[in-house]
Design a protein around this ligand. Structure first.
Ligand SMILES: CC(C)(COP(=O)(O)OP(=O)(O)OC[C@H]1O[C@@H](n2cnc3c(N)ncnc32)[C@H](O)[C@@H]1OP(=O)(O)O)[C@@H](O)C(=O)NCCC(=O)NCCS
Length: 467
């Protein structure tokens, strides 16, 4: 038998990812008229691939900008060197998901029957397809994720054996690496599946992993802070409502907050640490489990996702140091003390944004609607009035305005989720939507392994000093 023939035989022995998806969908959704996300993707992929071909053929040799020595030393800030389809970040305006601002998403994306905030399933559909889904399509996605949600016994066992002192983010990455055992892409690749269908298995893994995250993340929470018991996924509920209930919260407003939270933390274009890490790791054809676990290790850094935990600690410490209702002068002093101590003010500043983060603004609006008199919210508002001026006077940060992390903790505290060490896990659950949508599109477009050129300092000197 020739090599080519044996490869074909192996490919045939693997159930087609499209078949698996179709069968799953048919068994789970009530409406046969609505398309599944997979079917929608199959429909739009050819024109998108053609568009990318056209852009590369027409503009392939055009420069996107120039790179200075400072940029190379400065975290590659401002270098245009990545393609990311899901979202683009404007320094003044903030994030647009496939062209839609956050307020537009709040208006256009389907909400749950008992809620007002967008369902994160709808945002994922938008990130993946560029189209606003119908309520029926979103319902189908909720049902599909519920059906894919179970986690294997060995993952439960690993989580149950973790010491409560192991940070929840470490537990998340650990559990997702253990879940990698389930990767359909890794198995298909080992059997020699044709590269043209890689994306289908990557899509299957992405759907499975997103579906399993509420059970994984809730188990971490329930083990570390509660009695270790975890409920079951309700197939009639949406992803956010299930996650909230598994955590142990059933307040209607908290559930709606969860949907908003999971929507707005999902994606922030491709260059941030968590999204870029997923893209980079995926470029080696590591499967979505590996990509996401690596991405979570980046999100766990205090300059990135862990800032939401740091904000809460910093605010609570201020209250401890200067009282529950500090004066503006006391707040100012506390900020200066932080800066003079060589620390950052958590929740403020951004590598790209130069205005108040619209993710901050929409959380503030949620607070004004649901918890206007919460004392901690009042303190966060007070900080909003004081920190930017102090940071401006300090004169270092390019953006003195608040980012998403400055506000999220106070909302969670209000509803009783007071364990701030856990907050970055919630951010991480949401980030799966954007980071993994990016990984799926990377494989649809067949992007190559990432390998930017690095230079030594001596190389840089040689470039400018040697004749
Ligand atoms: C987000 C962040 C990492 C962006 O970093 P960046 O792109 O390097 O930001 P800038 O270009 O404005 O940094 C210039 C200087 O201002 C400092 N700076 C930026 N934000 C600051 C803040 N909130 N408090 C104190 N100093 C800050 C930087 O540390 C840097 O100092 P250095 O030159 O001594 O190294 C940074 O603003 C920060 O550390 N913020 C606090 C942590 C946080 O909220 N992270 C979540 C981001 S969504």
């Amino acid at each position: 038998m020739t090599r080519g023939r044996s490869t074909i035989a192996i490919v045939r022995s693997i159930p087609s990812a499209a078949d698996v998806s179709r069968r799953l969908y048919a068994s789970q959704t009530t409406s046969v008229a609505a398309k599944s996300l997979k079917e929608k993707l199959v429909e739009i992929i050819p024109s998108k691939v053609e568009e990318v071909k056209y852009v590369r053929t027409t503009y392939g040799s055009k420069p996107l900008g120039s790179v200075t020595v400072d940029m190379a030393y400065g975290g590659m800030r401002g270098i245009k060197g990545l393609i990311w389809e899901g979202s683009v970040l404007d320094p003044e305006e903030g994030i647009r998901f496939r062209g839609y601002t956050i307020p537009e998403c709040q208006k256009l994306l389907p909400a749950a029957e008992d809620g007002a905030e967008p369902l994160p399933e709808g945002l994922f559909w938008l990130l993946m397809t560029g189209e606003v889904p119908s309520a029926t399509e979103v319902k189908g996605l909720s049902a599909e994720w519920a059906a894919r949600s179970s986690i294997p016994a060995h993952v439960i066992d690993i989580l149950d054996r973790c010491p409560n002192t192991l940070h929840p983010m470490s537990q998340l990455a650990l559990a997702v690496n253990a879940l990698q055992h389930e990767s359909k892409f890794a198995k298909a690749y080992a059997q020699g599946v044709h590269r043209n269908s890689y994306w289908e298995y990557i899509f299957e893994d992405t759907m499975d992993l997103i579906a399993k995250l509420p059970l994984v993340a809730a188990r971490i929470y329930r083990n570390v802070y509660k009695d270790g018991t975890v409920g079951e996924i309700d197939p009639k509920l949406d992803w956010g409502a299930n996650y909230a209930k598994l955590l142990g919260y059933s307040d209607k407003n908290f559930i709606d907050l969860m949907r908003l939270y999971l929507t707005i933390h999902s994606d922030h274009e491709g260059g941030n640490v968590s999204a870029h890490t997923a893209h980079l790791v995926g470029s080696a054809l590591s499967d979505p489990y590996y990509c996401y676990a690596a991405s979570m290790n980046g999100l766990a850094g205090p300059l990135h996702g862990l800032a939401n935990q740091e904000v809460l600690r910093w605010v609570l410490k201020m209250q401890k140091d200067v009282g529950l209702q500090p004066t503006d002068e006391q707040v100012k002093e506390y900020i200066w003390k932080t800066l003079k101590g060589g620390q950052v003010v958590p929740g403020y500043g951004h590598a790209v944004l130069r205005k108040t983060d619209p993710r901050y603004t929409c959380q503030r609006e949620f607070a004004l609607k649901h918890l206007p008199n919460d004392p901690l919210f009042k303190l966060v508002s007070q900080l909003y009035n004081i920190v930017p001026a102090v940071l401006t006077e300090h004169g270092k940060t390019k953006n003195p305005w608040p980012n998403v992390d400055a506000h999220s903790g106070v909302l969670l505290q209000h509803y009783g989720l007071v364990e701030e060490d856990y907050y970055t896990v919630m951010f991480g659950v949401s980030r799966s939507l954007g980071a993994l949508a990016g990984v799926v599109w990377d494989r649809i477009l067949g992007l190559p392994i990432e390998r930017p050129k690095s230079l030594s300092t001596q190389d840089v000197r040689n470039m400018f000093e040697k004749k």
